[in-house]
Design a protein around this ligand. Structure first.
Ligand code: HEC
Ligand code: HEC
Length: 321
C-alpha cells in the first residue's frame, strides 16, 4: 500500500486551475454545448456522440465516425478524468481540454468550416447569447469559439471519477479484493508503473508503443499511424503516443489508439510483451485485469442527464457542404 500511495497521488476533487475556473454558469453552458449537435457542420454530431454517457464517455467503435460520416483515424478515449492529463489526444497535440475543444470545432469530428460559422449559428439560437453572457459577464460579445472552449473545458474539469482504488489509497486496505491487490502488486513489480503512474494511472508523457517490437505485428493492425512523428516529423517520435490514463479502462474497449484489440486481457499481454519484454502467465493477466477493474468508479454526477437545450431549428443543406 505504501508503494502504491507513492506511485499514485490522490485524484483531485476537480481539475480547476486559477485561469480555468469552474463556475456554475460556465459548467451549465459547457454541458449544453457538449450535448448539442448544432455545434457541428452537418448539425448531426455533438461531442457526446463519441463520448456517450452509456459507454463511459466513449463510443465503443475502434475508430469514431464524425460529421458528414467521415471516419476518424483513432479510437475515442473516455473524457472522464482526462482534464488532469498533461496533454490531450493520443499524440498529445493539444495542451489541455480547452485547446482540444476549440480545435475540435473545426476538426474532423464536428467538421465546421471555420469558427465564425458556428459562432453565428449559436448566436442566432435564442437562449445561447444569454447563457454565454451569464458565463462570461465581462465580455461584450461573448458568443465566441474561445468561450465555447472555456465553458466546455469547465464542464470537463468537473468530470473526475474516483473509484474503489482511491479508497484503498486513502488507507482502506479492504477496498480491494485479494485478487485485485495481487494484480496491483504485479502491475507495480512487472514495471507497468514505469509509464502508467500518477493520479490518472497514466496521462503524462509520451512513450514508444512497441519498445521491444513493432506494435503492428503484436496487434495485427495494418495501421500506418506513427503517433507523434506524424505531428513533429522528429525521427525520435516514430510510434510515440501519450501514455493513456487507465482509469475506467475495463469498460472502454476496444483498446489502443486504433481500437485494434478487443479484450483487456489481450491488451495487457501485448503491453507486457512489447513494452517490457515479459511473458505473463494467464493467472497474472487475470489478476492485473481484476486490478484495472477497480479503477472504474461511478459516472460523474449528472453526465447521464443531457440538458434541455434552447429550441432552434438547423437548416441543413443535404449532402452538399
Ligand atoms: C466524431 C467523434 C468525436 C466527436 C464528435 C468528439 N470527439 Fe473527442 N475524441 C474523439 C476521438 C477519436 C479522440 C482521439 C483523437 C486522437 O487522439 O487523435 C477524441 C479525444 C478527445 C479528448 C482527449 C482525451 C484524452 O485522453 O486525450 C477530449 C478531451 C475530447 N475528445 C473531448 C471532446 C469534446 C469536448 C468534443 C466536442 C467539442 C469532442 N471531443 C467531440 C472522438 C470525438
Ligand atoms: C514503456 C511505457 C509503458 C509500459 C511499461 C506499459 N505501458 Fe501500457 N501503454 C503505453 C502506451 C504508450 C500506450 C498507448 C498505446 C497506443 O498507442 O495505443 C499504452 C496503452 C495501454 C493500454 C490500453 C489503454 C486504452 O485505453 O486503450 C493498457 C490496458 C495498458 N497500456 C496497460 C499496461 C499494463 C498492464 C502494463 C504492464 C504489463 C503496461 N501497460 C506497461 C505505455 C506503457
Amino acid at each position: 500500500m505504501k508503494k502504491a500511495q507513492n506511485l499514485f497521488p490522490t485524484l483531485p476533487k476537480d481539475a480547476a486551475k486559477p485561469d480555468r475556473p469552474i463556475t456554475p454558469e460556465r459548467v451549465r453552458l459547457g454541458k449544453m454545448l457538449f450535448f448539442d449537435p448544432r455545434t457541428s457542420g452537418d448539425g448531426a454530431v455533438s461531442c457526446s456522440r463519441c463520448h456517450l454517457p452509456q459507454l463511459c464517455a466513449t463510443d465503443a467503435l475502434s475508430k469514431s465516425i464524425g460529421a458528414y460520416d467521415r471516419h476518424l483515424i483513432r479510437n475515442a478515449p473516455t473524457i472522464f478524468n482526462a482534464a488532469i492529463h498533461t496533454s490531450q489526444h493520443w499524440d498529445g497535440r493539444f495542451v489541455d481540454v480547452e485547446d482540444q475543444a476549440v480545435h475540435g470545432l473545426t476538426g474532423p469530428g464536428l467538421g465546421n468550416p471555420d469558427d465564425r460559422t458556428v459562432e453565428g449559428r449559436l448566436a442566432a439560437i435564442p437562449g445561447y447569447p444569454e447563457a454565454f453572457h451569464e458565463a462570461f459577464p465581462d465580455d461584450k460579445d461573448p458568443v465566441t469559439a474561445r468561450n465555447f472552449a472555456l465553458a466546455v473545458g469547465a464542464f470537463e474539469r468537473t468530470l473526475i471519477a474516483p473509484s474503489r482504488f482511491d479508497d484503498y489509497l486513502a488507507g482502506k486496505a479492504d477496498a480491494l479484493s485479494a485478487q485485485e491487490t495481487k494484480g496491483l502488486k504485479l502491475f507495480i513489480e512487472t514495471g507497468c508503473v514505469d509509464c502508467h503512474k500518477g493520479p490518472g494511472v497514466g496521462g503524462a508523457g509520451f512513450r514508444k508503443f512497441g519498445v521491444f517490437s513493432d506494435y503492428r505485428a503484436a496487434t495485427g493492425t495494418m495501421n500506418p499511424d506513427k503517433g507523434r512523428f506524424d505531428l513533429t516529423k522528429n525521427p525520435d517520435d516514430v510510434d510515440k503516443f501519450k501514455i493513456p490514463g487507465l482509469r475506467g479502462v475495463a469498460v472502454t474497449p476496444p483498446y489502443f489508439h486504433d481500437g485494434s484489440v478487443e479484450s483487456l486481457p489481450k491488451a495487457i499481454r501485448i503491453m507486457a510483451k512489447i513494452q517490457l519484454d515479459t511473458d505473463l502467465a494467464d493467472t497474472e493477466v487475470e489478476a492485473i485485469a481484476a486490478f484495472l477493474g477497480s479503477l472504474t468508479g461511478p459516472m460523474p454526477a449528472d453526465y447521464d442527464h443531457p440538458p434541455v437545450l434552447p429550441p432552434g431549428g438547423y437548416r441543413n443543406a443535404g449532402p452538399s457542404h
